[in-house]
Write a protein of this length. Sequence first.
Length: 536
Amino acid sequence: ALFDLAMSAAYKDFNGSRLDEAIENARAARKLDEKAESPVRLIAEAYSRQGRAQAALDELNRYISQNQASGRLLAQRGYLRRAMKDLKGAAADFEAALAAPDIEPSETLPLRNALAEATKAEQDSIVQAELAQVYAAIAKRDYARAVKAARVLRAKYPNDEAPLLALMSALSKSRQAAAAVKEADAFIKDNTPSATLLAQRGYSRRAAGDLPGAIADFRAALAQPALEPAQSKRLKLALAEAERANEPGGSAVGAEATPLQQALNSGYDALKVGRPDEAVRAAREAHSLDPKAEEPVLLLLTALLRQGRKAEALAEANRYLASVPDSPGVLAQRGFMRRQAGDVSGAAADFEQALKYELPADQKLNVARALDEARYTLVAEKAFKALAARDWVSALRYGRAAEAFPRADEAVFRVTIAALAGLGHTDEALRASNALIARGKATGQAYAQRAYLRKTLGDGPGALADFVKALDRGDLPPAQRVAVELEIAIARSSAYETQGDLTRARDELVNFAHTHPGYAPGWSTLGQFYARQKEY
Protein backbone atom coordinates (compact mmCIF):
# COMPACT_ATOMS: atom_id res chain seq x y z
CA ALA A 1 0.00 0.00 0.00
CA LEU A 2 2.86 2.39 0.79
CA PHE A 3 4.48 1.50 -2.53
CA ASP A 4 1.25 2.23 -4.40
CA LEU A 5 0.86 5.50 -2.53
CA ALA A 6 4.38 6.63 -3.43
CA MET A 7 3.97 5.65 -7.08
CA SER A 8 0.59 7.36 -7.27
CA ALA A 9 2.22 10.57 -6.06
CA ALA A 10 5.09 10.07 -8.52
CA TYR A 11 2.76 9.64 -11.49
CA LYS A 12 0.74 12.67 -10.41
CA ASP A 13 3.90 14.79 -10.21
CA PHE A 14 5.12 13.44 -13.55
CA ASN A 15 1.84 14.24 -15.30
CA GLY A 16 1.97 17.71 -13.79
CA SER A 17 5.54 18.21 -15.11
CA ARG A 18 6.93 18.35 -11.55
CA LEU A 19 9.80 16.13 -12.58
CA ASP A 20 12.10 16.54 -9.56
CA GLU A 21 9.23 15.64 -7.23
CA ALA A 22 8.29 12.70 -9.46
CA ILE A 23 11.86 11.35 -9.25
CA GLU A 24 11.91 11.79 -5.48
CA ASN A 25 8.62 9.92 -4.99
CA ALA A 26 9.64 7.16 -7.41
CA ARG A 27 12.88 6.68 -5.46
CA ALA A 28 10.86 6.41 -2.26
CA ALA A 29 8.74 3.72 -3.90
CA ARG A 30 11.84 1.86 -5.07
CA LYS A 31 13.16 1.68 -1.53
CA LEU A 32 9.96 -0.16 -0.62
CA ASP A 33 10.36 -2.66 -3.49
CA GLU A 34 13.83 -2.75 -5.05
CA LYS A 35 12.76 -5.35 -7.63
CA ALA A 36 9.89 -3.27 -9.01
CA GLU A 37 10.40 -1.88 -12.51
CA SER A 38 7.81 0.88 -12.53
CA PRO A 39 9.83 3.33 -10.37
CA VAL A 40 12.90 2.81 -12.57
CA ARG A 41 10.93 3.40 -15.75
CA LEU A 42 9.40 6.58 -14.37
CA ILE A 43 12.73 7.91 -13.06
CA ALA A 44 14.38 7.30 -16.42
CA GLU A 45 11.53 8.97 -18.30
CA ALA A 46 11.64 11.98 -15.96
CA TYR A 47 15.39 12.32 -16.47
CA SER A 48 14.85 12.15 -20.24
CA ARG A 49 12.23 14.91 -20.07
CA GLN A 50 14.78 17.05 -18.21
CA GLY A 51 17.33 16.50 -20.97
CA ARG A 52 19.50 14.34 -18.67
CA ALA A 53 19.80 11.39 -21.03
CA GLN A 54 22.97 9.98 -19.44
CA ALA A 55 21.37 9.96 -15.98
CA ALA A 56 18.37 8.13 -17.43
CA LEU A 57 20.63 5.56 -19.09
CA ASP A 58 22.63 5.05 -15.88
CA GLU A 59 19.40 4.39 -13.99
CA LEU A 60 18.27 1.76 -16.50
CA ASN A 61 21.73 0.16 -16.69
CA ARG A 62 21.94 -0.25 -12.91
CA TYR A 63 18.59 -1.98 -12.72
CA ILE A 64 19.11 -4.21 -15.76
CA SER A 65 22.53 -5.34 -14.52
CA GLN A 66 21.01 -6.56 -11.25
CA ASN A 67 17.58 -7.81 -12.32
CA GLN A 68 15.76 -9.73 -15.02
CA ALA A 69 14.44 -6.86 -17.12
CA SER A 70 11.12 -6.96 -18.93
CA GLY A 71 10.81 -6.43 -22.65
CA ARG A 72 9.26 -3.01 -22.07
CA LEU A 73 12.21 -1.85 -19.98
CA LEU A 74 14.66 -3.14 -22.58
CA ALA A 75 12.67 -1.31 -25.26
CA GLN A 76 12.79 1.89 -23.19
CA ARG A 77 16.57 1.62 -22.96
CA GLY A 78 16.73 0.89 -26.67
CA TYR A 79 14.88 4.08 -27.57
CA LEU A 80 17.10 6.04 -25.18
CA ARG A 81 20.28 4.53 -26.65
CA ARG A 82 19.04 5.34 -30.14
CA ALA A 83 18.51 8.98 -29.16
CA MET A 84 22.05 9.01 -27.73
CA LYS A 85 23.45 7.61 -31.02
CA ASP A 86 24.42 4.23 -29.51
CA LEU A 87 22.87 2.48 -32.49
CA LYS A 88 24.50 -0.89 -31.88
CA GLY A 89 23.29 -0.95 -28.26
CA ALA A 90 19.83 0.20 -29.33
CA ALA A 91 19.56 -2.61 -31.88
CA ALA A 92 20.62 -5.16 -29.25
CA ASP A 93 17.95 -3.90 -26.83
CA PHE A 94 15.21 -3.93 -29.47
CA GLU A 95 16.17 -7.48 -30.44
CA ALA A 96 16.10 -8.62 -26.80
CA ALA A 97 12.78 -6.86 -26.21
CA LEU A 98 11.20 -8.66 -29.16
CA ALA A 99 12.24 -11.99 -27.62
CA ALA A 100 10.75 -11.13 -24.21
CA PRO A 101 7.45 -12.79 -23.21
CA ASP A 102 5.75 -9.63 -21.92
CA ILE A 103 5.70 -7.78 -25.27
CA GLU A 104 2.14 -7.62 -26.62
CA PRO A 105 1.42 -8.29 -30.32
CA SER A 106 0.49 -4.62 -30.78
CA GLU A 107 3.98 -3.63 -29.59
CA THR A 108 5.83 -5.99 -31.92
CA LEU A 109 5.56 -3.97 -35.14
CA PRO A 110 6.87 -0.67 -33.65
CA LEU A 111 9.79 -2.58 -32.13
CA ARG A 112 10.57 -4.35 -35.39
CA ASN A 113 10.52 -0.99 -37.17
CA ALA A 114 12.76 0.51 -34.48
CA LEU A 115 15.18 -2.41 -34.84
CA ALA A 116 15.28 -1.99 -38.61
CA GLU A 117 15.82 1.77 -38.29
CA ALA A 118 18.61 1.33 -35.73
CA THR A 119 20.34 -1.27 -37.89
CA LYS A 120 20.06 0.98 -40.95
CA ALA A 121 21.20 4.03 -39.00
CA GLU A 122 24.26 2.12 -37.77
CA GLN A 123 25.10 1.24 -41.36
CA ASP A 124 24.47 4.85 -42.41
CA SER A 125 26.85 6.11 -39.73
CA ILE A 126 29.55 3.87 -41.19
CA VAL A 127 28.82 5.26 -44.65
CA GLN A 128 28.93 8.83 -43.35
CA ALA A 129 32.31 8.24 -41.75
CA GLU A 130 33.62 6.99 -45.10
CA LEU A 131 32.02 9.92 -46.95
CA ALA A 132 33.66 12.35 -44.55
CA GLN A 133 37.03 11.30 -46.00
CA VAL A 134 35.81 12.24 -49.50
CA TYR A 135 34.59 15.66 -48.40
CA ALA A 136 37.79 16.21 -46.41
CA ALA A 137 39.78 15.63 -49.60
CA ILE A 138 37.53 18.06 -51.47
CA ALA A 139 38.03 20.66 -48.73
CA LYS A 140 41.81 20.26 -49.18
CA ARG A 141 41.34 20.55 -52.97
CA ASP A 142 42.83 17.11 -53.44
CA TYR A 143 40.22 16.31 -56.06
CA ALA A 144 41.98 13.29 -57.53
CA ARG A 145 42.02 11.56 -54.14
CA ALA A 146 38.40 12.60 -53.55
CA VAL A 147 37.28 11.11 -56.89
CA LYS A 148 39.18 7.89 -56.21
CA ALA A 149 37.71 7.48 -52.70
CA ALA A 150 34.21 8.34 -53.93
CA ARG A 151 34.40 5.74 -56.71
CA VAL A 152 35.31 3.08 -54.14
CA LEU A 153 32.25 4.01 -52.08
CA ARG A 154 30.08 4.19 -55.20
CA ALA A 155 31.01 0.58 -56.02
CA LYS A 156 30.58 -0.49 -52.39
CA TYR A 157 27.11 1.07 -52.05
CA PRO A 158 25.69 1.04 -55.61
CA ASN A 159 22.10 1.89 -54.58
CA ASP A 160 22.95 4.65 -52.10
CA GLU A 161 22.68 8.24 -53.33
CA ALA A 162 25.10 9.74 -50.83
CA PRO A 163 28.29 8.24 -52.37
CA LEU A 164 27.07 9.29 -55.82
CA LEU A 165 26.54 12.88 -54.68
CA ALA A 166 30.03 12.90 -53.17
CA LEU A 167 31.47 11.55 -56.42
CA MET A 168 29.59 14.15 -58.49
CA SER A 169 30.84 16.88 -56.18
CA ALA A 170 34.43 15.70 -56.57
CA LEU A 171 34.09 15.41 -60.36
CA SER A 172 32.49 18.86 -60.62
CA LYS A 173 35.25 20.44 -58.55
CA SER A 174 37.82 18.84 -60.85
CA ARG A 175 35.97 20.32 -63.87
CA GLN A 176 34.59 16.99 -65.06
CA ALA A 177 30.92 18.04 -65.34
CA ALA A 178 30.20 15.62 -68.21
CA ALA A 179 31.57 12.71 -66.16
CA ALA A 180 29.36 13.78 -63.23
CA VAL A 181 26.30 13.74 -65.52
CA LYS A 182 27.26 10.28 -66.78
CA GLU A 183 27.49 8.94 -63.21
CA ALA A 184 24.08 10.41 -62.39
CA ASP A 185 22.53 8.93 -65.54
CA ALA A 186 23.81 5.47 -64.63
CA PHE A 187 22.31 5.69 -61.14
CA ILE A 188 18.96 7.16 -62.22
CA LYS A 189 18.52 4.41 -64.82
CA ASP A 190 18.03 1.85 -62.03
CA ASN A 191 16.91 4.01 -59.08
CA THR A 192 14.39 6.71 -58.21
CA PRO A 193 16.30 9.99 -57.82
CA SER A 194 15.75 12.49 -55.03
CA ALA A 195 15.25 16.20 -55.62
CA THR A 196 18.84 16.73 -54.50
CA LEU A 197 20.22 14.38 -57.15
CA LEU A 198 18.02 15.84 -59.89
CA ALA A 199 19.13 19.33 -58.92
CA GLN A 200 22.79 18.31 -58.84
CA ARG A 201 22.54 16.69 -62.28
CA GLY A 202 20.86 19.89 -63.46
CA TYR A 203 23.79 21.98 -62.23
CA SER A 204 26.26 19.57 -63.85
CA ARG A 205 24.32 19.62 -67.13
CA ARG A 206 24.30 23.40 -67.01
CA ALA A 207 28.07 23.45 -66.49
CA ALA A 208 28.48 21.03 -69.41
CA GLY A 209 26.43 23.35 -71.66
CA ASP A 210 23.30 21.17 -71.78
CA LEU A 211 20.75 23.87 -70.90
CA PRO A 212 17.62 21.94 -72.04
CA GLY A 213 18.72 19.00 -69.88
CA ALA A 214 19.41 21.31 -66.94
CA ILE A 215 15.97 22.91 -67.31
CA ALA A 216 14.32 19.48 -67.37
CA ASP A 217 16.17 18.43 -64.19
CA PHE A 218 15.35 21.63 -62.31
CA ARG A 219 11.66 21.23 -63.22
CA ALA A 220 11.68 17.57 -62.16
CA ALA A 221 13.31 18.49 -58.85
CA LEU A 222 10.71 21.20 -58.22
CA ALA A 223 7.95 18.65 -58.88
CA GLN A 224 9.16 16.51 -55.98
CA PRO A 225 6.87 16.65 -52.91
CA ALA A 226 7.72 18.29 -49.58
CA LEU A 227 10.60 20.46 -50.78
CA GLU A 228 12.05 22.75 -48.13
CA PRO A 229 11.22 26.43 -48.92
CA ALA A 230 14.87 27.47 -49.23
CA GLN A 231 15.65 24.54 -51.53
CA SER A 232 12.63 25.36 -53.68
CA LYS A 233 13.70 29.01 -53.89
CA ARG A 234 17.20 28.12 -55.09
CA LEU A 235 15.86 25.70 -57.70
CA LYS A 236 13.42 28.29 -59.04
CA LEU A 237 16.24 30.80 -59.39
CA ALA A 238 18.42 28.24 -61.16
CA LEU A 239 15.53 27.30 -63.48
CA ALA A 240 14.80 30.93 -64.36
CA GLU A 241 18.48 31.59 -65.01
CA ALA A 242 18.77 28.52 -67.25
CA GLU A 243 15.59 29.42 -69.16
CA ARG A 244 16.85 32.96 -69.80
CA ALA A 245 20.19 31.65 -70.99
CA ASN A 246 18.47 29.12 -73.26
CA GLU A 247 16.62 31.85 -75.14
CA PRO A 248 18.16 33.15 -78.41
CA GLY A 249 20.86 35.62 -77.48
CA GLY A 250 20.69 34.61 -73.82
CA SER A 251 23.65 35.26 -71.53
CA ALA A 252 25.86 32.55 -70.10
CA VAL A 253 24.89 30.96 -66.80
CA GLY A 254 26.85 30.11 -63.72
CA ALA A 255 28.79 26.99 -63.02
CA GLU A 256 27.67 23.86 -61.23
CA ALA A 257 26.30 23.95 -57.69
CA THR A 258 28.81 25.14 -55.14
CA PRO A 259 29.82 22.81 -52.29
CA LEU A 260 27.65 24.96 -50.00
CA GLN A 261 24.62 24.50 -52.26
CA GLN A 262 25.31 20.78 -52.53
CA ALA A 263 25.52 20.38 -48.76
CA LEU A 264 22.31 22.34 -48.22
CA ASN A 265 20.45 20.39 -50.91
CA SER A 266 21.63 17.13 -49.37
CA GLY A 267 20.44 18.25 -45.93
CA TYR A 268 16.99 19.29 -47.12
CA ASP A 269 16.56 16.03 -48.98
CA ALA A 270 17.60 14.06 -45.90
CA LEU A 271 14.94 15.85 -43.85
CA LYS A 272 12.34 15.08 -46.48
CA VAL A 273 13.01 11.33 -46.30
CA GLY A 274 13.16 11.26 -42.49
CA ARG A 275 16.94 11.14 -41.98
CA PRO A 276 17.66 14.01 -39.58
CA ASP A 277 21.07 12.56 -38.65
CA GLU A 278 22.21 12.94 -42.27
CA ALA A 279 20.66 16.42 -42.34
CA VAL A 280 22.71 17.37 -39.26
CA ARG A 281 25.90 16.20 -40.98
CA ALA A 282 25.08 18.12 -44.15
CA ALA A 283 24.16 21.26 -42.18
CA ARG A 284 27.42 21.16 -40.23
CA GLU A 285 29.33 20.74 -43.48
CA ALA A 286 27.50 23.72 -44.99
CA HIS A 287 28.15 25.79 -41.87
CA SER A 288 31.86 25.00 -42.03
CA LEU A 289 31.91 26.26 -45.63
CA ASP A 290 30.31 29.59 -44.66
CA PRO A 291 30.23 30.17 -40.87
CA LYS A 292 28.37 33.48 -41.27
CA ALA A 293 25.55 32.14 -43.48
CA GLU A 294 22.15 31.87 -41.84
CA GLU A 295 20.68 29.03 -43.90
CA PRO A 296 23.04 26.24 -42.73
CA VAL A 297 22.27 27.12 -39.10
CA LEU A 298 18.52 27.09 -39.71
CA LEU A 299 18.85 23.69 -41.37
CA LEU A 300 20.93 22.43 -38.44
CA LEU A 301 18.38 23.67 -35.88
CA THR A 302 15.52 22.03 -37.77
CA ALA A 303 17.36 18.70 -37.97
CA LEU A 304 18.36 18.74 -34.29
CA LEU A 305 14.81 19.55 -33.20
CA ARG A 306 13.43 16.68 -35.26
CA GLN A 307 15.76 14.40 -33.32
CA GLY A 308 14.49 15.83 -30.02
CA ARG A 309 17.88 17.39 -29.25
CA LYS A 310 16.37 20.64 -27.97
CA ALA A 311 19.16 21.69 -25.61
CA GLU A 312 21.78 21.16 -28.32
CA ALA A 313 19.72 23.14 -30.83
CA LEU A 314 19.39 26.04 -28.40
CA ALA A 315 23.13 25.97 -27.74
CA GLU A 316 23.83 26.08 -31.50
CA ALA A 317 21.51 29.08 -31.91
CA ASN A 318 23.23 30.85 -29.01
CA ARG A 319 26.67 30.24 -30.49
CA TYR A 320 25.67 31.54 -33.91
CA LEU A 321 23.89 34.64 -32.58
CA ALA A 322 26.93 35.50 -30.46
CA SER A 323 28.81 36.16 -33.71
CA VAL A 324 25.90 37.09 -36.01
CA PRO A 325 23.40 38.91 -33.74
CA ASP A 326 21.36 40.35 -36.62
CA SER A 327 20.12 37.03 -38.05
CA PRO A 328 16.30 37.34 -38.12
CA GLY A 329 15.69 33.70 -39.01
CA VAL A 330 17.81 32.31 -36.17
CA LEU A 331 16.44 34.88 -33.73
CA ALA A 332 12.91 33.78 -34.59
CA GLN A 333 13.82 30.10 -34.32
CA ARG A 334 15.50 30.62 -30.95
CA GLY A 335 12.40 32.47 -29.82
CA PHE A 336 10.22 29.46 -30.62
CA MET A 337 12.67 27.13 -28.86
CA ARG A 338 12.75 29.37 -25.78
CA ARG A 339 8.96 29.51 -25.73
CA GLN A 340 8.75 25.72 -25.82
CA ALA A 341 11.27 25.52 -22.98
CA GLY A 342 9.13 27.85 -20.85
CA ASP A 343 11.38 30.91 -21.19
CA VAL A 344 8.58 33.20 -22.35
CA SER A 345 10.47 36.39 -21.51
CA GLY A 346 13.47 35.30 -23.58
CA ALA A 347 11.18 34.23 -26.41
CA ALA A 348 9.48 37.63 -26.48
CA ALA A 349 12.86 39.37 -26.63
CA ASP A 350 13.94 37.21 -29.58
CA PHE A 351 10.67 37.72 -31.47
CA GLU A 352 10.86 41.48 -30.94
CA GLN A 353 14.46 41.60 -32.18
CA ALA A 354 13.72 39.37 -35.21
CA LEU A 355 10.94 41.71 -36.35
CA LYS A 356 13.45 44.57 -36.61
CA TYR A 357 15.02 42.85 -39.62
CA GLU A 358 13.75 41.59 -42.96
CA LEU A 359 11.68 38.40 -42.80
CA PRO A 360 9.53 36.70 -45.46
CA ALA A 361 5.92 37.92 -45.22
CA ASP A 362 4.48 34.63 -43.92
CA GLN A 363 7.25 34.17 -41.36
CA LYS A 364 6.93 37.80 -40.26
CA LEU A 365 3.23 37.23 -39.61
CA ASN A 366 3.95 34.07 -37.57
CA VAL A 367 6.62 35.81 -35.50
CA ALA A 368 4.35 38.81 -34.87
CA ARG A 369 1.62 36.47 -33.64
CA ALA A 370 4.09 34.62 -31.45
CA LEU A 371 5.30 37.92 -29.96
CA ASP A 372 1.72 38.94 -29.19
CA GLU A 373 1.09 35.57 -27.55
CA ALA A 374 4.30 35.81 -25.50
CA ARG A 375 3.48 39.32 -24.29
CA TYR A 376 0.01 38.18 -23.31
CA THR A 377 1.40 35.16 -21.46
CA LEU A 378 3.82 37.34 -19.49
CA VAL A 379 1.09 39.76 -18.39
CA ALA A 380 -1.36 36.94 -17.63
CA GLU A 381 1.23 35.12 -15.51
CA LYS A 382 1.78 38.28 -13.47
CA ALA A 383 -1.97 38.53 -12.96
CA PHE A 384 -2.24 34.91 -11.80
CA LYS A 385 0.73 35.28 -9.43
CA ALA A 386 -0.70 38.46 -7.93
CA LEU A 387 -4.05 36.73 -7.44
CA ALA A 388 -2.39 33.77 -5.71
CA ALA A 389 -0.59 36.21 -3.39
CA ARG A 390 -3.89 38.04 -2.73
CA ASP A 391 -2.27 41.23 -4.02
CA TRP A 392 -5.58 42.61 -5.26
CA VAL A 393 -4.22 45.90 -6.61
CA SER A 394 -1.58 44.20 -8.78
CA ALA A 395 -4.01 41.46 -9.80
CA LEU A 396 -6.49 44.10 -10.99
CA ARG A 397 -3.81 46.03 -12.90
CA TYR A 398 -2.33 43.01 -14.66
CA GLY A 399 -5.73 41.39 -15.17
CA ARG A 400 -7.05 44.44 -17.02
CA ALA A 401 -3.81 44.67 -19.01
CA ALA A 402 -4.24 41.03 -20.07
CA GLU A 403 -7.89 41.65 -20.99
CA ALA A 404 -6.74 44.19 -23.58
CA PHE A 405 -5.17 41.45 -25.71
CA PRO A 406 -7.44 40.00 -28.43
CA ARG A 407 -6.44 36.49 -27.33
CA ALA A 408 -7.48 37.09 -23.70
CA ASP A 409 -9.28 34.05 -22.31
CA GLU A 410 -11.84 33.66 -19.57
CA ALA A 411 -9.26 33.00 -16.85
CA VAL A 412 -7.82 36.54 -16.91
CA PHE A 413 -11.31 38.04 -16.77
CA ARG A 414 -11.93 35.94 -13.65
CA VAL A 415 -8.73 37.38 -12.15
CA THR A 416 -10.06 40.92 -12.61
CA ILE A 417 -13.41 39.93 -11.08
CA ALA A 418 -11.71 38.29 -8.09
CA ALA A 419 -9.50 41.35 -7.60
CA LEU A 420 -12.50 43.69 -7.62
CA ALA A 421 -14.24 41.51 -5.05
CA GLY A 422 -11.07 41.35 -2.95
CA LEU A 423 -10.91 45.16 -2.93
CA GLY A 424 -14.51 45.30 -1.72
CA HIS A 425 -16.06 46.38 -5.04
CA THR A 426 -18.53 43.49 -5.08
CA ASP A 427 -21.20 45.24 -7.17
CA GLU A 428 -18.63 46.12 -9.84
CA ALA A 429 -17.30 42.56 -9.71
CA LEU A 430 -20.83 41.22 -10.27
CA ARG A 431 -21.32 43.50 -13.28
CA ALA A 432 -18.04 42.25 -14.74
CA SER A 433 -19.08 38.66 -14.06
CA ASN A 434 -22.44 39.22 -15.79
CA ALA A 435 -20.63 40.66 -18.81
CA LEU A 436 -18.25 37.70 -18.93
CA ILE A 437 -21.06 35.14 -18.88
CA ALA A 438 -23.07 37.14 -21.41
CA ARG A 439 -20.26 36.60 -23.93
CA GLY A 440 -21.33 32.95 -24.13
CA LYS A 441 -19.50 29.65 -23.59
CA ALA A 442 -18.71 30.49 -19.96
CA THR A 443 -17.14 27.68 -17.93
CA GLY A 444 -18.40 26.25 -14.68
CA GLN A 445 -15.77 28.29 -12.86
CA ALA A 446 -17.28 31.52 -14.20
CA TYR A 447 -20.74 30.52 -12.96
CA ALA A 448 -19.31 29.46 -9.58
CA GLN A 449 -17.54 32.81 -9.24
CA ARG A 450 -20.76 34.70 -9.94
CA ALA A 451 -22.59 32.46 -7.49
CA TYR A 452 -20.23 33.45 -4.67
CA LEU A 453 -20.65 37.13 -5.58
CA ARG A 454 -24.44 36.79 -5.49
CA LYS A 455 -24.22 34.96 -2.19
CA THR A 456 -22.09 37.79 -0.74
CA LEU A 457 -24.71 40.32 -1.89
CA GLY A 458 -27.53 38.30 -0.29
CA ASP A 459 -29.05 36.93 -3.50
CA GLY A 460 -29.59 33.35 -2.27
CA PRO A 461 -31.82 32.11 -5.14
CA GLY A 462 -29.51 33.62 -7.76
CA ALA A 463 -26.47 32.07 -6.07
CA LEU A 464 -28.13 28.63 -5.93
CA ALA A 465 -29.07 28.83 -9.62
CA ASP A 466 -25.48 29.68 -10.55
CA PHE A 467 -24.03 26.91 -8.36
CA VAL A 468 -26.31 24.39 -10.07
CA LYS A 469 -25.35 25.76 -13.49
CA ALA A 470 -21.65 25.55 -12.58
CA LEU A 471 -22.07 21.89 -11.68
CA ASP A 472 -24.07 21.15 -14.82
CA ARG A 473 -21.27 22.49 -17.03
CA GLY A 474 -19.25 19.42 -16.04
CA ASP A 475 -15.85 21.12 -16.30
CA LEU A 476 -15.10 22.10 -12.70
CA PRO A 477 -11.80 20.89 -11.19
CA PRO A 478 -12.47 18.06 -8.67
CA ALA A 479 -11.82 20.12 -5.53
CA GLN A 480 -13.99 23.01 -6.72
CA ARG A 481 -16.75 20.60 -7.75
CA VAL A 482 -16.99 19.25 -4.19
CA ALA A 483 -17.02 22.81 -2.79
CA VAL A 484 -19.86 23.76 -5.15
CA GLU A 485 -21.80 20.62 -4.21
CA LEU A 486 -21.51 21.69 -0.57
CA GLU A 487 -22.78 25.19 -1.41
CA ILE A 488 -25.81 23.64 -3.12
CA ALA A 489 -26.44 21.38 -0.12
CA ILE A 490 -26.13 24.37 2.26
CA ALA A 491 -28.50 26.50 0.17
CA ARG A 492 -31.15 23.77 0.01
CA SER A 493 -30.74 22.93 3.69
CA SER A 494 -31.13 26.61 4.62
CA ALA A 495 -34.30 26.85 2.54
CA TYR A 496 -35.80 23.81 4.29
CA GLU A 497 -34.68 25.15 7.67
CA THR A 498 -36.38 28.48 6.96
CA GLN A 499 -39.57 26.58 6.07
CA GLY A 500 -39.35 24.67 9.36
CA ASP A 501 -38.67 21.30 7.68
CA LEU A 502 -35.69 20.39 9.86
CA THR A 503 -35.64 16.74 8.81
CA ARG A 504 -35.08 17.53 5.13
CA ALA A 505 -32.67 20.33 6.08
CA ARG A 506 -30.59 17.84 8.07
CA ASP A 507 -30.82 15.16 5.35
CA GLU A 508 -29.29 17.49 2.75
CA LEU A 509 -26.19 17.95 4.91
CA VAL A 510 -26.02 14.32 6.07
CA ASN A 511 -26.20 13.06 2.49
CA PHE A 512 -23.38 15.37 1.47
CA ALA A 513 -21.17 14.33 4.40
CA HIS A 514 -21.71 10.64 3.64
CA THR A 515 -21.05 11.19 -0.08
CA HIS A 516 -17.79 13.02 0.68
CA PRO A 517 -16.63 11.58 4.02
CA GLY A 518 -13.11 12.97 3.64
CA TYR A 519 -14.24 16.57 3.10
CA ALA A 520 -13.94 18.35 6.46
CA PRO A 521 -16.10 21.43 5.62
CA GLY A 522 -19.06 19.08 5.05
CA TRP A 523 -18.85 17.66 8.58
CA SER A 524 -18.24 21.13 10.02
CA THR A 525 -21.40 22.46 8.34
CA LEU A 526 -23.41 19.50 9.64
CA GLY A 527 -22.04 20.11 13.14
CA GLN A 528 -23.11 23.75 12.99
CA PHE A 529 -26.62 22.66 11.98
CA TYR A 530 -26.86 20.31 14.99
CA ALA A 531 -25.56 23.08 17.26
CA ARG A 532 -28.29 25.44 16.04
CA GLN A 533 -30.86 22.76 16.87
CA LYS A 534 -29.16 22.20 20.26
CA GLU A 535 -28.51 18.56 19.36
CA TYR A 536 -25.17 18.54 21.11
